[in-house]
Ligand binder design. Structure first.
Ligand code: GLU
Length: 286
């Protein structure tokens, strides 16, 4: 165990984010129930250790698309169609999560957020209180963006950023981003065979942030490396450690939290002048 990982097993409040592409079969785009089951089991096991757990999950739009059998090639759907898909898919996704969480004797709750949840002082205060109460009750909050109403002005836009905002809001100790990449590389490994893998990022420099700008996201979700680095910036500045790891094997969750050197660790360095509501308000203007 390296020095930077020693404290992993002491993390008490953990946010786990999983992307759409990690939840579905590559061949069909249908949900991968085995992965969902392992994910929920891992989270329930953390809860059983007395930790506070939050799941930030994508999939509303892709599950909705499947449910109403929208043709695959209609990717340029008008926003209203995406919102309709999310309305169908979010409910269906929750139904599936509720069922699996119940199998492991845990209660799950749904929290849907927009930018306003953070920017508006009263909304933010209410959201914080809701999370606090859910933790007290031992409930596992499942968070997504409220895609059915979030249009450009009020949308956060991707769940990497959303999960970092949630982790900051609830004073989490740790944010774990599960994605289809192993961690951070010096360049895009799909295009450059000479890239180097980065195990630990002690400080997010401008150079690193710029490296992420060149990367693209997967076909299912909206996040690429840049949104992950942006998430790291928010989480780290708010005092939250973040790890990016590959969701190929969902069991990495307990391995990482037991201190194994898996994925890239972005180390927290609290910046007292970092203003979360202001940052969120200005996000799309940056
Ligand atoms: N909120 C979107 C959904 O659930 C996904 C956003 C993302 O993939 O980052 O479909």
């Amino acid at each position: 165990m390296t020095d930077s990982r020693v404290h992993m097993k002491d993390k008490r409040r953990i946010v786990v984010k999983i992307g759409s592409s990690s939840l579905q079969h590559e061949e069909t785009g249908d949900l991968d129930y085995t992965k969902l089951d392992v994910l929920v089991r891992e989270l329930c096991n953390l809860r059983n250790q007395g930790k506070d757990v939050v799941l930030v999950t994508s999939g509303a739009i892709s599950v909705g698309k499947k449910a109403i059998m929208l043709p695959e090639d209609e990717d340029d759907n008008p926003i209203a169609v995406k919102q309709a898909c999310a309305a169908v898919g979010q409910a269906r996704l929750m139904m599936i999560y509720q069922k699996i969480f119940a199998e492991y004797n845990q209660v799950a709750a749904q929290i849907l957020m927009t930018k306003n949840t953070i920017v508006d002082n009263l909304n933010r205060f209410n959201a914080q209180n809701t999370f606090a109460e859910l933790f007290k009750l031992g409930v596992i909050p499942i968070v997504n963006e409220n895609d059915t109403v979030a249009t450009y002005e009020i949308e956060i836009g991707d769940n990497d950023t959303l999960s970092a905002i949630v982790a900051s809001l609830i004073d989490a100790d740790m944010l774990l981003l599960l994605s289809d990449i192993d961690g951070l590389y010096t360049d895009d490994p799909r295009q450059n065979p000479d890239v180097k893998y980065i195990e630990v990022v002690e400080e997010l420099t401008d150079e690193l942030m710029n490296m992420g700008k060149a990367s693209t996201g997967s076909s299912a979700g909206t996040g690429g490396m840049f949104t992950k680095l942006q998430a790291a910036k928010i989480a780290n500045s708010m005092g939250v450690d973040m790890v990016i790891a590959n969701s190929r094997d969902i069991k990495v969750i307990h391995r990482i939290l037991s201190g194994q050197n898996i994925g890239t660790l972005f180390m927290a360095h609290r910046e007292s002048q970092f203003d979360l509501p202001l940052y969120v308000q200005q996000m799309h203007k940056n």
